[in-house]
Design a protein around this ligand. Structure first.
Ligand code: DX5
Ligand code: ZN
Length: 221
């Protein structure tokens, strides 16, 4: 079953609570929260105190995407703040196996993210511990960038590789997802679609989410 994860990076930050309530009502399946530290990526966003406050405004799962150095030191506080899933970048971590187990021990879904130029073999020895694989389809750091075309192939290869080895871990794509390309990305094998500007830059979130879902359900069948 495919899902839409609304990325609040592109929402009106002066009124985040209302924006989240609106995308929940619009039919989004989860709230994607981009945490940036100004080191791993050239941008700074929000941290645990904000997430803790936002936890009260919605029932939707919080999908926390950590674009930070040394995530090992911070996963506990993100778990306490209300994350349901925590995804870290393989490029920022030396001991992937250790961190995955730490996240799972906290009772949270554990995901790893790959930058566009990071090869899939980073996943070879950790598939069995993964609840989610995030394929970055833009270089992380900003909303509103253009989808990198080579990502279709990467998602397709990942899907095939998992099928060959008997894994069925959801593939999440993040960056440049639009109404125009969502069906093609779904066809390549992704099932969780992060969308920031494609939702928040429209005037009718419900209409947009509905249209996204109708385009991906066609490929679900
Ligand atoms: C970028 C973030 C994305 C971002 C996507 O580094 O990880 O989640 O919000 O934004 P759009 O959907 O506008 O490309
Ligand atoms: Zn993200």
């Amino acid at each position: 079953m495919s899902k839409i994860a609304a990325s609040i990076l592109s929402c009106d930050f002066s009124d985040i609570g209302t924006e989240i309530a609106k995308v929940e009502k619009a039919g989004a399946d989860m709230i994607h929260i981009d945490v940036m530290d100004g080191h791993f990526v050239p941008n700074i966003t929000i941290g645990p105190p904000v997430i803790e406050k936002l936890r009260k405004v919605t029932q939707l799962p919080f999908d926390v995407h950590l674009m930070i150095e040394n995530p090992h030191a911070y996963v506990d506080i993100f778990a306490d703040a209300g994350a349901d899933g925590i995804t870290f970048h393989v490029e920022a971590v030396k001991h992937h196996d250790r961190l995955l187990h730490k996240i799972k021990k906290l009772g949270k879904k554990a995901g790893v993210a790959l930058n566009p130029s990071t090869p899939l073999f980073f996943l070879d020895h950790i598939y069995e511990y993964l609840d989610l694989i995030l394929v970055m389809t833009v270089n992380p750091g900003f909303g509103g960038q253009e989808f990198i075309e080579g990502s279709y192939h990467k998602v397709r290869v990942l899907k095939k590789k998992m099928e060959r080895h008997g894994f069925d871990i959801p593939i999440q794509v993040d960056g440049g997802v639009t109404l125009e390309n969502i069906a093609k990305i779904a066809d390549a094998g992704a099932s969780i679609f992060v969308a920031g500007s494609a939702i928040f830059n429209t005037s009718d979130y419900e209409q947009t989410v509905k249209e996204m879902k109708s385009r991906i359900t066609k490929t679900d069948d």
